[in-house]
Design a protein around this ligand. Structure first.
Ligand code: KG4
Ligand code: ZN
Length: 342
């Protein structure tokens, strides 16, 4: 750390809400000095999904080494940090608690502020890491394993949820269909991989659009349609083509996400769309949105794939803007597993 950097804002961001233990050091909001992610995917893969008890134990094991490595790679010590930002919800309670209690202890010992971060908000803030020129108002499509939201951002920290899923999240539906197809966990990337060899028109799965003006989503019925198709075929003794099913279901999910996003753009008149969350790494979704938005003169912004899935850099990014507002958490900060967006 050089002398001139001492006056700058340096945030340590920590993420432990699900199955990634991650820490990042971010200088002045966009200069990422280090980013360490310890993924538990291989541990949970044999169970077909995240096992909460195992996840929290893994976080306990990896928390300290991950933080240590992030500080070392950034060449900073606790004394250089301006604040520590940590996810306090939503997520698995045992996983969240590891990050929250660790961050609290470190911030208290270092005598620096603690910042509590909403994981959903942070997914959107992954976009601010690589795009310095974003102008409000901004529309965000947040598509992750647990959430599907359309959010209107009027300013930093000031947002309105325009629509959300009434049942399954998009990523959850992809994961469940992938599991039934025997493709493994996490399902989204597997569906994308297998879909390359399939025909997206082979199966006509439904597109749930709900009421005419609604910006809400519903993926549960769409997922059930795939499972019913598979079960009926099995009962008839037929084997269906897995790549065709994967491609057709991926297309159906993307069609709904794109159509609802276009409706939200029409309703709000916003000129920039931020894509966020694990499903934002999906190439069909990116390409389809890109084509549709270019035609309408709307700019599409999305993070690199590594910043789409859970990571500490997005927590540090959101933390930076909270820091500028002086929005610090009390030492009583607790994990809030069901935290939503207000
Ligand atoms: O944001 P995230 O890492 O965790 C949550 O906060 O939920 O999102 C994980 C979700 C999983 O459902 C996973 O299957 C999905 O993101 N995902 C993808 C892709 N990469 C991850 N879905 C579709 N295509 C991808 N390339
Ligand atoms: Zn997430």
């Amino acid at each position: 750390m050089t002398g001139s950097e001492k006056s700058k804002v340096i945030i340590l961001g920590i993420e432990t809400s699900c199955d990634e233990t991650s820490a990042a050091v971010l200088l002045n909001g966009t200069d990422l000095r280090s980013h360490v992610i310890s993924s538990q995917i291989l541990t949970h893969q044999k169970y077909g999904g995240v096992v909460p008890e195992i996840a929290s134990r893994e976080h306990s094991l990896h928390f300290q080494p991950v933080v240590q490595q992030a500080l070392e790679e950034a060449k900073v010590t606790f004394g250089d940090l301006s604040a520590i930002a940590v996810t306090y919800g939503p997520g698995l309670v045992g996983s969240l608690l590891v990050g929250v209690s660790g961050a609290k202890a470190m911030a208290y010992a270092a005598g620096i502020p603690l910042i509590g971060i909403n994981h959903l908000e942070a997914h959107v803030y992954a976009n601010f890491l690589q795009h310095k020129d974003l102008q409000f108002p901004l529309l965000a499509l947040l598509v992750s394993g647990g959430h599907t939201h359309l959010i209107l951002f009027e300013a930093h920290g000031r947002y309105k949820v325009l629509g959300y899923t009434r049942d399954d999240a998009a990523g959850e539906a992809l994961d469940k269909v992938a599991r039934t197809l025997g493709l493994g966990y996490p399902g989204g990337p597997q569906i994308q991989r297998v879909a390359h060899e399939g025909n997206a028109q082979a199966f006509k799965f439904p597109r749930a659009m709900l009421e005419p003006d609604s910006l809400d989503f519903s993926f549960s019925g769409m997922k059930s349609a795939v499972l019913n198709t598979l079960n009926s075929a099995r009962m008839r003794g037929e084997t269906l083509n897995v790549p065709d099913i994967a491609a057709s279901f991926q297309q159906a999910v993307v069609d709904v996400l794109v159509r609802k996003t276009l409706m939200a753009i029409k309703q709000t008149g916003v000129k920039t769309l931020l894509l966020a969350g694990g499903v934002a790494a999906n190439s069909l979704l990116r390409e389809t949105l890109d084509q549709s938005l270019t035609k309408r003169g709307v700019r599409l912004v999305y993070p690199s794939p590594i910043f789409c899935t859970d990571n500490g850099a997005m927590i540090a990014s959101a933390g930076y803007y909270h820091y500028l507002e002086g929005d610090f958490a009390p030492w009583t900060l607790n994990a809030v597993p069901g935290l939503g967006l207000v």
